[in-house]
Design a protein around this ligand. Structure first.
Ligand SMILES: [Zn+2]
Length: 289
């Protein structure tokens, strides 16, 4: 009976996965005449269209590239001239090769180049053809898009894109706008304090009318990002209190320090995993101080 139940569950699992990939619910949201956000499966895509052509920020998964191109063509015909990656994760860079083959030039931080090279090999079309260290500006479509690197936040290769004309910002996965705590990729150089510092700095550069694009979840405004910062700081305080007296990871996990925030968690990022990543991140911080 147990065996039968397992195989039924596996079968349902395969079915639901198949359905999800075949039927992604894409949605375009207009932020300005020249800037749209495309929601699909994976990281949110920003699409700039104008006199010079098209460029996008992040490209979700390879299998969605044709669908994404179809969505872009609703706004303007042609292939993107540039694809900017906010960081190296596969749900933001999975389409790089397909877009590069269609003529796009991929732009990202040096560390994204290095991590994609590790994964796909030297010369792969997944790799950026332009990489930068601290910042760069893209003067295109009557817009001056500033790409700022924030070190050791979600990963070690994060870029935030500030659109001057559209008064919008794309934060990549530094910001999960899902009323939940973010994934801090400690194994890829991410840190909770880096996320807090990045969000604090972005908040100092925006105004009440700025449209804030998160890596995941809906577009929001300055108040939405401020609420996220409050949540991050609350979580940090709960963690450091629980970690007092040099407690071990197991001791801290047993205390369930984040439970009092009463948040919801996704299957791939349960409360225990967030607690563990925050613990490891804060341990690293205290070591380096
Ligand atoms: Zn990510």
């Amino acid at each position: 009976m147990k065996k039968l139940t397992t195989s039924i569950l596996l079968y349902i699992g395969v079915l639901s996965t198949g359905t999800a990939y075949a039927d992604v619910d894409f949605k375009l949201e207009k932020l300005s005449d020249n800037l749209h956000v495309l929601y699909g499966q994976g990281g949110n895509i920003a699409i700039s269209t104008g006199e010079d052509g098209i460029y996008i920020v992040d490209d979700q998964f390879a299998k969605l590239s044709d669908d994404i191109k179809a969505q872009i063509s609703k706004l303007k015909a042609g292939s993107p001239e540039f694809v900017i990656n906010t960081h190296h994760h596969g749900d933001h860079t999975g389409g790089n090769e397909n877009f590069a083959n269609a003529g796009s030039h991929v732009i990202a931080h040096h560390n994204v180049y290095n991590r994609l090279k590790e994964k796909h090999g030297e010369g792969s079309k997944y790799l950026p053809v332009i990489s930068f260290s601290k910042d760069m500006t893209l003067h295109f479509n009557n817009e001056h898009a500033q790409l700022w690197h924030y070190h050791n936040a979600h990963t070690d290769g994060d870029a935030v894109i500030f659109y001057e004309q559209a008064n919008a910002v794309h934060l990549g996965d530094i910001f999960f706008n899902l009323k939940s705590l973010p994934f801090v990729d400690v194994d890829s150089g991410g840190s909770l304090d880096g996320v807090i510092n990045a969000v604090t700095d972005v908040l100092s550069k925006v105004d009440d009318n700025t449209k804030i694009i998160p890596g995941h979840g809906p577009v929001t405004n300055k108040a939405g990002l401020e609420a996220y910062l409050v949540l991050l700081k609350q979580a940090r305080e709960l963690m450091t209190n629980a970690m007092a007296d040099n407690k071990s990871l197991d001791q801290v996990l047993a205390l369930k320090p984040l439970t009092s925030l009463a948040l919801t968690y996704s299957n791939w990022l349960p409360e225990e995993r967030v607690t563990k990543l925050f613990y490891l991140s804060l341990k690293n911080t205290s070591k380096s101080n």
